[in-house]
Write a protein of this length. Structure first.
Length: 651
């Protein structure tokens, strides 16, 4: 049969035979040659990082990066674009694609955690190995202790292999990264009319903005996304089979649902929502596919397992989940409402970015190509008529439609982050449908000799654009110190300081800004203060006068014995907008709205200078840009001040 059924009023064939795989005829790159090319291009990608680190122009290091990256994936893409490649060759190409697309993030920080979420997860694994106890409160992100799946897997790899924690973390991330695209490959082979298109679907999924950098960081979502994709794949497999194979696949899906629940809260909630979308689609379109009775049952089982399991987990283990997530949701919906009514200013895409113009333009053009391909398939096939398991395919199409529906949220300040994070999930629906469009263009008419080159160019453009729409320059490339950007705040200097501090003062309780805290917790095994409206640690830095008596009481009675000061706080405005906490920290200079372009630090130099002479602070360690003070509040009279607003005479 043809790849896609053209528009026709006849009823869909309930079980079309898979398209035959042709004997290899076209040029298929040999695996050895492909890997030699990829290995050479790894050096080119590494060179782009060297150029960025040495202060080269963005135009140069972005150009070098893309020259290496595109050539690195080209041999494997060539196999998938070929009409004559065997199923085995396509599988090897997809696995290889997953491996080489892990390279950029691995080279970005091969020796230790630097991305924002990495230090707390790294510390969680170290604590688990040291204590052999789960659910310990994390010094940086408290909730991650309630979702220990990633930490258990990483600690297990460390125990089995003898690798250090970061080496084990890299192995886990690589395996999850590859397994994600393999899941999409298997999913495509079950749903697409032409199984050859499944490899294209895996690559299209690998072009989503989160795949190259965000979902390769050492964070619980990176592993949970893999679980999410395999839950979908096994459930579709259960829909296709009966009796014993169905039971085995459903059992596997439920096991991975439970793994997802114990690994990441947000991924589990997305799984519940998206399986609900697929199940609802089965109900809505039942007239389009009357022969597909009972296909909804596996989806109902998975949805029920996820909903009940997550509810029980939150009630019995992770009881802080809602208090953690709800404020983010309220801000996002509030921002959307204000944006709709014109009360909130529109966010400007790529504002302040140093990305080259071509990357920004392709970042805006990529969704346009995807929506065109998406709609073309739905129109030409009369809503996927002739596809095997049409209801399930339409359900995943609805999931893909949520990607396009989310795009307007990019223009809202509070909705932007959540929108980007949703793409790793909704893109699976986009990938399946767009793969069908590419296959239609590539293989339906052999006379279209130009099609392979055109599709290759489009895929390259989408890769460049979508990567540009993901993490910013500071996350993707090394460079000079940048306050407020986790990858560039964790400099060799602060890492060395944290390691030395940890050797001298193990398990010390420290006070510092949020970026220095990450180094102290991950590399110095410190316990950092968690500032908030009720614990105004920032007053030590924002005010040059005597410390507030109640704050002193809180610090003293909680045994916070060390103050670590980044001496540059008075010179820079943080890239992320806050020095200590996203909750309750006052805006610049009183009630003025925060303006990151003002370049006016909220920390006065005199506040940092007074630590040198304060009777309650004694310098014990220093580097070029950091000072460590031992705190002793005996002379301040803390025992008398046990409530806010009290007055205590001090020196």
């Amino acid at each position: 049969m043809t790849l896609l059924q053209s528009r026709s009023p006849r009823a869909a064939d309930p079980a079309p035979a898979p398209a035959p795989t042709a004997a290899p005829t076209g040029p298929v790159v040999l695996p050895v040659v492909a890997w030699l090319i990829a290995a050479a291009e790894v050096l080119v990608v590494a060179a782009s990082y060297r150029v960025a680190r040495d202060g080269g122009s963005p135009t140069l290091y972005y150009g070098v990066f893309w020259m290496g990256m595109l050539v690195m994936v080209a041999p494997f893409a060539a196999v998938l674009l070929s009409a004559g490649a065997s199923a085995r060759a396509r599988t090897v190409a997809v696995v290889s694609f997953g491996v080489v697309t892990y390279v950029p993030k691995f080279l970005r920080n091969p020796y230790g955690p630097t991305y924002h979420d990495e230090p707390p997860h790294y510390r969680a694994v170290e604590d688990l190995l040291a204590s052999r106890e789960l659910y310990e409160q994390n010094p940086l992100i408290q909730i991650i202790g309630d979702f220990p799946g990633l930490h258990i897997v990483t600690a297990t790899v460390t125990g089995l292999t003898g690798l250090p924690v970061w080496g084990a973390a890299s192995v886990v991330l690589l395996m999850a990264h590859v397994a994600a695209v393999v899941a999409v490959l298997v999913l495509g082979r079950m749903l697409l009319p032409d199984p050859r298109a499944a490899g294209l679907g895996a690559v299209v999924y690998g072009l989503n903005p989160s795949y190259l950098y965000f979902d390769t960081q050492f964070s619980y979502e990176s592993l949970a996304v893999c679980f999410f994709l395999w839950v979908l794949t096994l459930t579709v497999g259960a829909v296709r089979t009966t009796e014993s194979p169905r039971a085995l696949r459903l059992a596997g899906a439920v096991v991975l649902v439970l793994a997802c629940i114990t690994t990441h809260h947000l991924t589990t909630l997305v799984l519940i929502v998206l399986t609900g979308v697929v199940l609802a689609t089965h109900t809505v379109v039942r007239r389009l596919d009357p022969a597909a009775r009972g296909q909804w049952r596996p989806w109902a089982l998975v949805l029920g397992a996820a909903t009940v399991g997550f509810t029980l987990w939150v009630l019995t283990v992770a009881d802080t989940t809602w208090s953690y997530l709800v404020p983010y949701a309220e801000k996002a919906f509030g921002s959307l409402s204000q944006h709709a009514t014109g009360e909130e200013s529109q966010r400007t895409l790529f504002a302040g970015s140093v990305q080259p113009l071509y990357e920004r333009l392709l970042g805006m053009a990529a969704p346009l190509f995807l929506v065109a391909a998406f709609l073309a398939v739905l129109w030409r096939t009369r809503l996927l008529a002739g596809w095997s398991h049409r209801r399930t395919a339409l359900g995943l199409t609805a999931v893909g439609g949520l990607y396009f529906a989310s795009l307007p949220l990019l223009f809202t300040p509070e909705g932007y982050e959540g929108t980007r994070r949703s793409w790793a999930f909704t893109y699976v629906g986009v990938a399946v449908v767009v793969a069908a469009a590419l296959a239609l263009l590539l293989w339906r008419d052999p006379r279209r000799r130009w099609a392979t080159g055109a599709v290759a160019v489009v895929l390259a453009a989408v890769m460049v654009g979508n990567t540009g729409a993901g993490p910013n320059d500071a996350y993707r490339f090394p460079g000079p110190y940048q306050l407020g950007s986790a990858p560039r705040s964790l400099t060799p200097e602060v890492i060395a300081l944290a390691e030395e501090f940890g050797r001298r003062h193990p398990d010390a309780r420290t006070v510092s800004d949020r970026y220095t805290n990450q180094a102290l917790v991950a590399y110095g095994d410190a316990v950092s203060a968690q500032p908030g409206p009720g614990f105004r640690v920032w007053d030590l830095f924002f005010e040059a006068g005597p410390p507030d008596p109640y704050l002193v009481h809180e610090l003293d009675t909680s045994d916070f014995a060390y103050l670590v000061v980044d001496e540059r706080l008075s010179r820079y405005v943080p890239a992320e907008g806050t020095y200590f906490s996203r909750e309750g920290e006052p805006t610049i200079r009183g009630d003025e709205p925060y303006d990151p372009d003002a370049r006016q630090s909220q920390v006065p130099q005199e506040a940092l200078d007074r630590f040198e002479a304060a009777p309650w602070a004694t310098k014990v360690l220093a580097t070029t840009n950091y000072s460590v003070y031992r705190l002793d509040f005996t002379s301040v009279g803390t025992p008398q001040c046990d409530q806010p607003g009290c007055e205590v005479a001090g020196p």
